[in-house]
Design a protein around this ligand. Structure first.
Ligand code: KG4
Ligand code: ZN
Length: 338
């Protein structure tokens, strides 16, 4: 069982975030500064710009997180500094890691490197400490899409994952094709609510019995179908694509729930967990299986440091501190952590 208080830092992509979390998963503060406005005109996150933004923002963000938690910034009463070590953009990760090591040395407290994806798995738990294990989590973000069976905090097995694009990546690419702003997920979600699903005929992908996912073919199908049927309204295209993504994700989630009979909750995590169709679908699935649905608040879906703090306290309790020689691990897979 984890004990203590963590200051957590997250800089794996475009958000600079810091939070103070305790071992009962109480979030004492959580601050997020996004550089997304700087990336919008390029249609995606520009690593160089993200790194520069972290460099100027990480200090003030940590300071605010400590202030908000009522901690003395010169000698805060914390037990560990937790920081995302990967996966993510190497330049961005290195800035968070260097800051965390500097605080760790200055305050004479240990530090622990955290896997960003394990952090996402902790996000729904932070808001539902009453949950019962095991749970099945659909983790869908801009960089990753996977289905994970969790038997307890930090005890996870990846049972299926995308064989090509991540779900959020498909949303962003389709949005770009449709001329919508970056990031495309929220834009398509907003438009889809005004449209009619099925107006654009799209193939059903990944109908096999396994638990793996795929979105690349669907993205190409949207391009082909919109070229062939330019008369279909934008909102209807958005709704058709959104339905196709949700249908695949929910079908695979159902298969996992059927295969792992003793499951006691179904959770969503990652940026795409904010999607309205997916949230409705997971709620309906949970009702059908008579288990609770764990849907994180929108702030807990996207990148934040509170989830890194919770995962960091767990890793610190189980594996001890990380060595100061720990470097960024841009391709660190979740399967390497358990
Ligand atoms: O987890 P996240 O903040 O960053 C990564 O670690 O990737 O996820 C960002 C992704 C983007 O691809 C964005 O388009 C998508 O989440 N996203 C959504 C929605 N809100 C954000 N996708 C679909 N529907 C949404 N409402
Ligand atoms: Zn993320």
């Amino acid at each position: 069982m984890a004990t203590g208080v963590a200051l957590a830092i997250e800089t794996s992509c475009d958000d600079t975030a810091a939070a103070v979390v305790d071992a009962t998963w109480r979030v004492r503060s959580s601050v997020i500064e996004s550089s997304i406005d700087q990336h919008r005109e390029f249609g995606g996150v520009v690593p160089e710009l993200a790194g520069r933004a972290h460099l100027t923002t990480v200090g003030p963000v940590v300071r605010r997180a400590l202030d908000d938690a009522g901690l003395d910034p010169r000698a805060p009463a914390i037990d560990v500094v937790a920081v995302t070590a990967g996966p993510g953009l190497v330049g961005s990760l290195l800035i968070g890691l260097s800051a965390a090591k500097a605080y760790s040395l200055a305050w004479d407290v240990p530090f622990v490197g955290v896997n960003h994806l394990e952090g996402h798995l902790f996000a729904p738990l932070l808001e539902r400490p009453d949950l019962q294990w095991p749970i099945v989590t659909l983790l869908v973000s801009g960089g990753h899409s996977m289905i994970v069976v969790q038997r307890g905090p930090g005890e996870h097995v990846v049972v299926g994952e995308t064989i090509d694009d991540a779900a959020g990546e498909a949303y962003d690419k389709v949005a770009r094709w449709l001329g919508l702003a970056y990031p495309g997920g929220p834009e398509i979600d907003r438009l889809a609510r005004q449209g009619t699903g099925g107006a654009l005929k799209l193939p059903v992908s990944m109908t096999g019995d396994d638990f793996d996912l795929s979105f690349s073919g669907l993205k190409t199908a949207v391009v082909r179908a919109t070229e062939k049927h330019p008369e279909v309204a934008l909102a209807d295209v958005a709704a058709s694509f959104q339905d196709a993504v949700a249908e695949q994700l929910l079908r695979k989630l159902r298969r996992v729930l059927e295969a792992y009979g003793e499951v006691r909750g179904v959770a969503l995590a990652g940026g795409v967990a904010a999607n309205s169709a997916l949230r409705r679908g997971v709620e309906a699935l949970a009702d059908e299986f008579a288990i609770p649905s764990l849907l994180p608040s929108l702030a807990m879906c996207t990148d934040n440091a509170a989830m890194i703090g919770a995962a960091g306290l767990h890793r610190f309790a189980h594996d001890g501190p990380s060595d100061l020689s720990l470097s960024a691990r841009p391709n660190w897979s979740l399967s390497e952590v358990s």
